[in-house]
Design a protein around this ligand. Structure first.
Ligand code: E4P
Length: 217
């Protein structure tokens, strides 16, 4: 499973990219707002740090407007992926952009029917928002299972990108289901490495090592 980070914070992206574990980045208008930067500058800087897909979301809501913004954004770098919302205009834009060879991430997906349409529109990625479904009392991860089943039935090439992740269990569940990608907030990405027994075990090894008086080099 590929790991994308869900942020527009360049500092955090730089730190995560240095681990070698980062496969891409997703942003959205709210994340760009939080970064305090100008969309095109932020995307350009992120693309200089990460080789994998970097999602930049259009903000127009009509097809023509989305297309114009997408054509502008995709010129920023080769790894820009255009993010469009799951609306009729978004799907129309997705179809056209994918025919042009541009990677498209269809976002704000909350149902299997929507995911089916995104695949038919040639999306490179579908972004089902599991956390926001959990928030309203649904089981967000059930949607992931349904989409994977549907895509497998027809060998759709659209990657399932699990989004709106709220905790490490979402990541593990996504991996068990065979989701292609998880886009993960930085804090949760760092939490994935943590286990108290790892810390405890390492402390004990180092204490015993100190008793030997040796050094490896
Ligand atoms: C996906 O690409 C979105 O940016 C993101 O996962 C939304 O998550 P949220 O529900 O935490 O805002």
């Amino acid at each position: 499973m590929r790991f994308f980070v869900d942020t527009a914070d360049v500092g955090e992206i730089r730190e995560l990219a240095a681990t070698g574990l980062l496969d891409g980045v997703t942003t959205n208008p709210s994340l760009v707002m939080k970064s305090g930067g100008k969309m095109a500058d932020v995307i350009a800087e992120i693309c200089s740090l990460v080789d994998g897909p970097v999602s930049a979301e259009v903000t127009a809501t009509d097809h023509e407007g989305m297309l114009k913004e997408a054509h502008y954004l995709r010129e920023i770098a080769d790894n820009v992926t255009i993010k469009v919302p799951l609306t009729v205009d978004g799907l129309k834009t997705c179809k056209l952009l994918s025919n042009e060879g541009t990677m498209v991430n269809v976002t704000l997906c909350f149902s299997p029917a929507q995911a089916l349409l995104a695949a038919k529109a040639g999306a490179s990625f579908i972004s089902p928002f599991v956390g926001r479904l959990d928030d309203i009392g649904h089981e967000g991860m059930d949607l992931i299972a349904e989409i994977i089943e549907i895509y497998d039935n027809y060998d759709f090439e659209t990657d399932v990108l699990v989004a709106s992740i709220r905790h490490t269990t979402h990541v593990v569940q996504a991996a068990k289901m065979g989701a292609d990608v998880a886009t993960i907030p930085p804090k949760i990405l760092w939490q994935l490495v943590k286990h108290p027994l790892t810390d405890k075990g390492l402390d004990a090894f180092l204490a015993d090592w100190a008793k030997t008086g040796q050094s490896i080099l």
